[in-house]
Design a protein around this ligand. Structure first.
Ligand SMILES: Nc1ncnc2c1ncn2[C@@H]1O[C@H](COP(=O)(O)OP(=O)(O)OP(=O)(O)O)[C@@H](O)[C@H]1O
Length: 258
């Protein structure tokens, strides 16, 4: 983790017909970090990640990715700028093998159409070889090499989530936003998924994770951002955030001292 933040939100605001979903989202994600975003139900986490990933247009504020202003860009342009999102709902092609799903993810990101595939230019061939190499590396990092040729439809729910994460990583994004990576994961496997995320992070990936499992966030993240009622309440290293009475109060709804 070093230098200027990879992602910075400044005063992001979003309302839906009078409902003030987000009133002030302001935080940064350091390059090379795992940053967690937590907060009680309805505190504006999903709306914020929708705003920073181009699925919603903020009413005000700025979103900067590596210094580039991406505020209000549509999702496909945000993805092209290097910010990808792995969805709570896994999106894979069930009939394709796991490896082909990853290859497809790289091809879709490159915008290589059927014409390019038919012409098979040397540049395309090189891109394909690089993608194949990356697919094997990611399969190894998520521990699913043995299932490379299995149809994605045959994978377990937890394996599909890991596959979707690998697919999001195929185009070498600068930042991946994970939307509740632990939701629906068997509690006995959570530590395993944490280890995979740590491994990917050690290999250079930067993650912003929205997650209800606060214990997991505290174990995994270098930095934790806490939301309350549509705004950033505080942010800092897990130990600091955990001991902040305002955070307890936000979660419990009563003053921590009471
Ligand atoms: N499309 C929408 N139309 C109207 N209100 C919305 C819309 N999306 C979100 N909201 C409201 O905005 C507030 C913030 O919602 P949001 O889903 O961003 O919170 P959250 O922190 O992600 O919640 P959770 O942890 O329960 O997923 C809530 O009061 C929610 O009802």
């Amino acid at each position: 983790m070093n230098g200027a933040p990879l992602l910075r939100l400044e005063g992001v605001r979003k309302s839906f017909r009078g409902v003030h979903a987000v009133t002030d989202a302001s935080f940064a994600v350091a390059r090379g970090s795992i940053t967690g975003l937590i907060g009680p139900n309805g505190s504006g986490k999903s709306t914020t990640i929708d705003c920073l990933s181009g699925f919603q247009r903020p009413d005000a504020g700025r979103v900067l990715l590596d210094g580039q202003d991406i505020t209000g860009l549509p999702a496909h342009l945000v993805a092209r700028a290097g910010l990808r999102r792995s969805f709570q709902q896994v999106r894979l092609f069930d009939a394709l093998s796991l490896r082909d799903n990853l290859m497809q993810a790289a091809q879709a990101a490159d915008g290589v159409g059927w014409l390019g595939a038919v012409l098979r230019s040397p540049a395309l061939r090189r891109a394909e070889l690089a993608a194949a190499e990356r697919a094997w590396l990611l399969l190894d990092q998520i521990g699913l090499t043995r299932l490379a040729e299995s149809p994605a439809g045959a994978l377990s729910y937890g394996q599909k989530k890991l596959a979707a994460l690998a697919a999001a990583l195929m185009p070498r994004p600068r930042l991946v936003v994970l939307d509740e990576p632990m939701a629906g994961v068997n509690p006995s496997r959570i530590v395993e998924v944490e280890a995979i995320l740590r491994r990917l992070n050690a290999a250079g990936e930067t993650f912003l994770i929205v997650e209800h499992n606060v214990d997991c966030i505290m174990r995994l993240c270098h930095e934790v951002v806490v939301f309350e009622q549509g705004r950033t309440l505080t942010s800092g290293p897990p130990a600091m955030v955990r001991d902040d009475p305002r955070v307890l109060e936000a979660y419990l709804g009563v003053p921590a001292a009471a």
